[in-house]
Write a protein that binds this ligand. Structure first.
Ligand code: PLP
Length: 443
């Protein structure tokens, strides 16, 4: 029997009329953020009380809906740990950084991160419905004085207009779905006026923190801007309530493909069985697990970090054990701006010139016989390939594989190896030379 999907309300909200409880504006204006308010819902631990009374901590705010998902008798409740601060947040750890993904360095204009060749991340607000304690953007998120900035927005639109390689715009923040409905609609309208933007994506935790925001009216508005995709952010099966299920159903019916991005968090979801329950429950509400992220090296999140190996162990326990649709990609977002790097168990064990040895999720080891008569497609003579030349510096390992380039050098490589001026003999070495140079008869 699958676990039932239910609705919850903390006892202090028992008498709130349904039309208020189900109104997202009521939820936003009744958010909890002080010791006194939160203590009416759950008895606080010493560590939580201390953190809540600390000045300068990353913003705390919780919707009545979301705090109601917590079991008040459990100090280790997985929902509680995501939004109620603890004193460990104040501990520094080695490798901690303010902007660990180097987003600011990749921003051609404020709030627009252009890290990948064909897509950008657009930070449209600093506000959220509630605040995740492990927020990767806590350096900018939460500041109530900094909301939607029209000047920045105009600069972002101008950049997008003059940058035709951008075909995918990912709206994030902050949370785009807390923007005033008129502003969100205007933003989407302006993006849709740019002909080379093929898809728009929204990353939002509003369906999880405040599912009542996902009204039919909002879905109808979003549906005007198709193709529009949306990723929600669920970390634990306890967050999949009846209200979230209904919100996702409304979005799916509006034709919005739904994905989920989770963060791997110590003491919350660092467990194979819990992850399996989570991804299966997500597919039941028609949300496809997209990414499972390794926790970023951001201030305040040291106590949430797990070893990377834990993520590999979780994927090992998902792939093959459950529907392929339910298996997310495990991602390490490389510190220093290296971008998203997928990491997974090894399934390829060995190979020879005619066989590969692979293993499956059960540990069954088998061989796959390679074809003997394979004639590779030649990108050098293919018109389609020739019309798709990548941006300089974006060829990556594909450039090594297609024979254009022989290696990628780390910074300082030439200087180090240019001992005694031998460099002049190695000009153009990064271009592939047919075999024969310096070999055979001339030697
Ligand atoms: C995550 C991210 C994207 C989108 O990456 P996908 O792998 O396409 O989902 C784009 N830009 C930036 C800066 C990002 O961090």
């Amino acid at each position: 029997m699958p676990t039932p999907i239910i609705s919850k309300r903390a006892p202090i909200y028992a008498d709130v009329p349904a039309e208020k409880w189900n109104d997202w504006r009521w939820q936003l204006s009744h958010r909890l953020n002080t010791v006194e308010e939160i203590e009416k819902v759950l008895p606080l631990t010493e560590s939580e009380r201390k953190a809540l009374q600390t000045q300068g901590l990353f913003r705390v705010d919780v919707t009545p809906y979301y705090i109601s998902l917590i079991d008040p008798t459990d100090p280790n409740d997985p929902v509680r740990k995501q939004i109620i601060p603890v004193s460990e947040e104040m501990n520094a750890f080695t490798a901690m950084m303010e902007d660990s993904l180097a987003e600011d360095r990749h921003s051609p204009v404020p709030g627009l991160v252009h890290r990948y060749p064909d897509r950008v991340l657009m930070l449209v607000t600093t506000q959220c419905a509630s605040y995740c304690r492990y927020c990767t953007r806590s350096r900018i998120v939460g500041d109530p004085g900094q909301t939607f900035n029209r000047q920045d927005f105009e600069m972002q639109i101008e950049y997008l207009k003059r940058t035709p390689q951008v075909r995918d715009v990912l709206l994030s923040g902050g949370d785009p779905l807390v923007l005033a409905p008129k502003i969100l609609e205007e933003l989407l309208t302006r993006l849709r006026e740019i002909p080379h933007i093929e898809i728009v994506r929204i990353g939002s935790r509003v369906p999880v923190f405040m599912p009542m925001r996902i009204t039919q009216e909002l879905c109808d508005m979003l549906a005007k801007f198709h193709p529009l995709w949306l990723n929600i952010h669920v970390n634990h099966p306890n967050e999949i309530s009846l209200e979230l299920a209904e919100a996702c159903d409304r979005m799916s019916r509006a034709g919005i493909p739904l994905g989920n991005q989770s963060v791997l968090l110590a003491g919350i979801n660092d467990c194979v069985h819990m992850q399996r329950e989570l991804v299966q429950k997500l597919t039941r509400i028609r949300v496809r697990p997209y990414y499972l992220y390794q926790c970023d090296l951001v201030e305040g999140s040291g106590h949430f970090r797990t070893p990377v190996a834990k993520g590999i162990e979780i994927i090992e326990g998902l792939r093959g054990h459950t529907s392929g649709y339910a298996v997310p990609q495990f991602i390490v977002d490389a510190p220093g701006g290296g971008g998203k790097i997928p990491v997974m168990p090894n399934y390829l064990l060995s190979m020879s010139d005619h066989k590969v040895i692979v293993r499956n999720y059960e540990g069954y080891v088998t061989t796959y016989e390679e074809p003997t008569e394979y004639k590779s497609h030649d990108p050098k003579t293919c018109k389609f390939c020739q019309s798709k030349r990548p941006e300089v510096g974006q060829t990556g390992l594909t450039g090594l594989l297609d024979g254009e380039q022989m290696f990628i050098k780390p910074e300082g490589f030439d200087e180090l190896h240019n001992r005694d001026g031998i460099q002049h003999r190695l000009k153009d070495e990064n271009k592939w030379k047919p075999l024969g140079i310096g070999s055979g008869e001339t030697d």
